[in-house]
Design a protein around this ligand. Structure first.
Ligand SMILES: [Zn+2]
Length: 395
C-alpha cells in the first residue's frame, strides 16, 4: 500500500502506483492511521510494563477515511477495538468518552429535535461496550440518552464523561439549535453540585477540548469550571492527536490559574506523529485524597526504527516534571512554566515542548518563532474565539 496517495487518508490497502513508495509494515508517518497489529503491539507493551489502576479512553476508534464510512463500518471498528482492549487488559476498568469519528457520517450527532435522523444506534452499542469494559450498569440510561455519564472511580473521586460532540462546530446539527443540547451542561452542573455537597473530587473526560467548541458552549463551560475549581482535580481530552496542555484562568481577573486540561497524545500517526500513550500518576488511595495529577509519563513507539528493524521499538519519551523542571503539576506550576517560556520563546525549552507536541516526530528547530508563539497561545487559551491571553504575549 502507498503512503503517498491522492486521498486524504493513505495506507488503505492495495499496491502502490508505479513510482510511489509503499508504507512500512508497522505503519507510516504521513497521512496514515496505524494497522491493527501496531495498536495491538503497543497495547500489549503497556499492559505488560505499566502499573495501571484504571484507564481513560477518550474516543475516535474508526479510521480517518471519513468520506467512505457507514454505520456498519463504525460499529465494526468499535467491536474490533473494544474486544482487543478487553483481551489485552482483562482486569482493568476503562472509563470511556465518545469521539467525533464514531458517528456516520463522522461529526454528525443529531439532537433530539432532529426528526429525520437519530443516533440511538450508536449510543446503545456504546452502552453495551462500555459496560463490558467495566462501567457499572447504572451508567446505561445516561449513555443511551446522550453518550455521557457519571460514576465513582474510587472513594471520593467522581468521573464525569462528556459527549463533546454537542459542543463541536463540526456537528452541523447544532446550527439549528445549539442551546445546551440534551441539557448536558445542566446535568453536569447538578453533578458538580452533588460532588461539592458530598466532598468528592471530580475528573472530567471528553474527546474534544473546550477550545474547539462553539464559543457559546466553550465560554459557558469555562464559567462552570470556574465555579467548581475547588473540586475539579483534572480534565482530560483528546482529538488533536498532539501532546498538549491548556490552563484555565480565573474568568474575572484572567490571571489566576485555576484548573488544568491535559490533551493526551494519540495512538494514531495521523499526521506526522509517532504513536504514543500517556500514564498519569494521580494522588489517591487515602482518605481525603486530592486526586490531582502528580506527574505524567509519555511512551512512544519509534515508528521509523520499528519499520527499519522490523521489531517494535518503544521509547520512554519524557516524564513531565523532570523534563520541564517543574516542582508540582498544579495550575500555578504550569503558569510558572508559561512565564518561563514567554521569556524564552526561542530557547531550547520551547523546542523541547514542540518535539513532544509531535511525539518526537519533529525536532524543536523545525518550529519557528511564529509556530512557537502559536503553541504558547494555545496553552493559555481555554475558550474558543478568545484572543485575550494571546494578545498579552509581548512579541
Ligand atoms: Zn477526534
Amino acid at each position: 500500500m502507498s503512503y503517498d496517495c491522492s486521498q486524504p487518508l493513505c495506507c488503505r490497502g492495495g499496491q502502490p502506483a508505479p513510482g510511489h513508495a509503499g508504507a512500512g509494515f508497522w505503519g507510516d508517518l504521513h497521512n496514515c492511521d496505524i494497522p491493527y497489529w501496531t495498536a495491538e503491539a503497543i497495547l500489549q507493551y503497556a499492559s505488560a510494563l505499566e502499573k495501571i489502576d484504571f484507564i481513560y479512553y477518550t474516543g475516535d476508534l474508526p479510521p480517518h477515511n471519513v468520506w467512505n464510512q457507514s454505520r456498519e463500518q463504525q460499529l465494526y471498528s468499535l467491536k474490533t477495538i473494544n474486544e482487543l482492549l478487553a483481551k489485552t487488559f482483562p482486569n482493568k476498568t476503562f472509563y470511556s468518552a465518545v469521539g467525533n469519528h464514531e458517528a456516520a457520517p463522522c461529526n454528525l450527532f443529531p439532537t433530539p429535535n432532529v426528526r429525520s435522523d437519530n443516533i440511538s444506534w450508536l449510543y446503545q452499542v456504546l452502552a453495551d461496550n462500555w459496560i463490558k469494559l467495566g462501567l457499572p450498569n447504572d451508567t446505561r440510561k445516561s449513555i443511551e440518552h446522550g453518550g455521557f455519564y457519571t460514576t465513582i472511580i474510587r472513594p471520593g473521586l467522581r468521573l464525569i464523561s462528556l459527549n463533546m460532540n454537542y459542543c463541536s462546530w463540526e456537528n452541523f446539527w447544532l446550527f439549528i439549535n445549539s442551546t445546551d443540547p440534551l441539557d448536558q451542561l445542566q446535568w453536569m452542573i447538578q453533578w458538580l453540585q452533588y460532588a461539592e455537597d458530598h466532598e468528592e473530587k471530580v475528573h472530567i473526560i471528553g474527546h474534544i477540548p473546550p477550545k474547539q467548541c462553539l464559543a457559546s458552549f466553550s465560554w459557558n463551560f469555562n464559567k462552570i469550571i470556574n465555579r467548581y475549581e475547588n473540586i475539579i482535580a483534572g480534565q482530560f481530552y483528546a482529538h488533536t492527536h498532539n501532546d498538549e496542555f491548556v490552563i484555565n484562568y480565573d474568568e474575572i481577573d484572567q490571571q489566576r490559574p485555576i484548573s488544568m486540561a491535559y490533551i493526551t497524545p494519540s495512538l494514531t500517526t495521523f499526521s506526522n506523529l509517532n504513536p504514543g500513550y500517556r500514564v498519569y500518576k494521580i494522588d489517591g488511595n487515602y482518605p481525603g485524597s486530592s486526586y490531582w495529577v502528580l506527574d505524567h509519563r509519555t511512551v512512544i513507539m519509534n515508528l521509523t526504527a520499528t519499520n527499519l528493524y522490523n521489531q517494535t521499538i518503544f521509547i520512554d519519551e519524557y516524564d513531565v516534571r523532570n523534563a520541564y523542571n517543574m516542582e508540582n503539576l498544579f495550575p500555578n506550576d504550569w503558569h510558572n512554566l508559561i512565564e518561563k517560556l514567554k521569556n524564552d520563546i526561542d530557547g531550547s525549552l520551547m523546542g523541547l515542548i514542540y518535539q513532544y507536541y509531535t511525539k518526537s516526530y519533529a525536532n524543536g528547530n523545525q518550529c519557528d518563532h511564529n509556530c512557537r508563539r502559536g503553541l504558547l497561545c494555545d496553552f493559555i487559551t481555554y475558550r474558543s474565539e478568545d484572543s485575550h491571553a494571546c494578545d498579552l504575549i509581548p512579541y
